[in-house]
Ligand binder design. Structure first.
Ligand code: NAD
Ligand code: IPM
Ligand code: MN
Length: 346
């Protein structure tokens, strides 16, 4: 079979450090790759004012998949790189599923005393192209005491139905076959009502799937005190963003949380990235944990149909995580990558 064509966007801060380890592990897995790096991020923005030039976007459409580190830098106003680079990629490449597993690996410490791996094993299906992220809204009388800022949430029947249907399929494929819709139907009555009706409408197509509903405030609590309630969670873009940082925290920390921005229809490449950001507080020090990126690489391979290779990487990570138990000496980003790569190769 031909080599996988992979676009790599290391981005900013620890993004470059963790992506290097992700590529190292891909190499150790013997994946035949043709990688092309893209220098998008803060540096390019400062040099040329460009965030995501049209020509680059069009080029990116031609790859099998994209691996991204993280974007965002203190030297760039908030939102420039996040909106005009990262979110633009998610929107333009129609990544309507933001897939974020929340899974406690054996041996990993969780702040939830007594929680076992079987208790924390869910997948959050976060909508990726709509909600408050769509950018609708505006500002009036800016800078005056009477300033008015609106930031609307965009929810289309088409957009909600396709992500809800994906979540049902995901639930159907898992042993517990449980789907929880998370929203705020008691306050966000227009959007919440649409999400609830769409879920009710799709449910009969999946008679084996048990459907549950939680308001997002209660869900935030249950993530912490009853994580075993959840199998597949489907939710809007912003709720999913927030819930998956809670998910990361309960499953061992943000350094372990992987994600995929998936275009299930395969009309454009999907993009895989850790849930965390560019972490300016530790950037350049070799302190970042590359595990989230390495698990994102496993998701990437799985998406491309290389399930065995993906499983091998996940097992290597599981082994490494088990061996971290009770070990206080911190390894560098590169050492963790080396150790996981050695397990994959060996
Ligand atoms: P962050 O995830 O970058 O960092 C939050 C905290 O987690 C920091 O203390 C950081 O040191 C720690 N952390 C993050 N990743 C880690 C890792 N791999 N290993 C060890 N510790 C890790 O979130 P933030 O501080 O809110 O945002 C920083 C910048 O990143 C902002 O510009 C933000 O917009 C951007 N951001 C980008 C993405 C992305 O590219 N997908 C995601 C989140 C935030
Ligand atoms: C994430 C990040 C992004 C988001 C930001 C940087 C746009 O927090 O990937 O979780 O909100 O989706
Ligand atoms: Mn986030």
């Amino acid at each position: 079979s031909r080599d996988i064509r992979l676009a790599v966007i290391p981005g900013d801060g620890i993004g470059t450090e963790v992506v290097a380890e992700g590529l190292k592990v891909l190499d150790a897995a013997g994946i035949k790759l043709e990688t092309t790096g893209y220098d998008l991020g803060a540096k390019r923005y400062h040099a040329s004012g460009e965030t995501l030039p049209d020509a680059v976007l069009e080029e990116l459409r031609g790859y099998d998949a994209i691996l991204l580190g993280a974007v965002g830098d203190p030297s760039v106003p908030p939102g420039v790189l996040e909106r005009d680079l990262l979110l633009k990629l998610r929107f333009e490449l129609d990544h309507y599923v933001n897939l974020r597993p929340v899974k406690l690996f054996p041996g990993v410490e969780t702040p939830l005393g007594g929680a076992k791996p079987a208790d924390i094993d869910m997948v959050v299906v976060r909508e990726g192209t709509e909600g408050p992220y769509a950018g609708a809204g505006g500002v009036l009388r800016k800078g005056t005491p009477h300033e008015i800022a609106t930031q609307e949430s965009l929810n289309t029947a088409y957009g909600v139905e396709r992500v809800v249907r994906y979540a049902f399929e995901k639930a159907q494929s898992r042993p517990r076959k449980k789907l929880t819709l998370v929203h705020k139907t008691n306050v966000l009555t227009y959007a919440g009502d649409l999400w609830a009706r769409v879920t009710d409408l799709v449910a009969p197509e999946f008679p084996e799937v048990t459907v549950d509903y939680c308001h997002v405030d209660a869900a935030s609590m249950f993530f912490v005190n009853q994580p075993e309630r959840f199998d597949v969670v489907v939710t809007d873009n912003l709720f999913g963003d927030i819930l998956t940082d809670i998910g990361a925290a309960i499953a061992g920390g943000i350094g372990l949380a992987a994600s995929g921005n998936v275009n299930p229809d395969r009309t454009a490449p999907s993009m895989f990235e850790p849930v965390h950001g560019s972490a300016p507080d530790i950037a350049g020090q070799g302190k970042a944990d590359p595990t989230a990126t390495i698990l994102s690489v496993a998701m990437l391979l799985d998406h491309l149909g290389l399930a065995a290779e993906a499983a091998r990487i996940e097992q290597a990570v599981a082994g490494d995580l088990l061996d971290r138990r009770g070990v206080s000496a911190a390894r560098s980003t590169r050492e963790i990558g080396d150790d996981i790569a050695a397990r994959v190769a060996g």
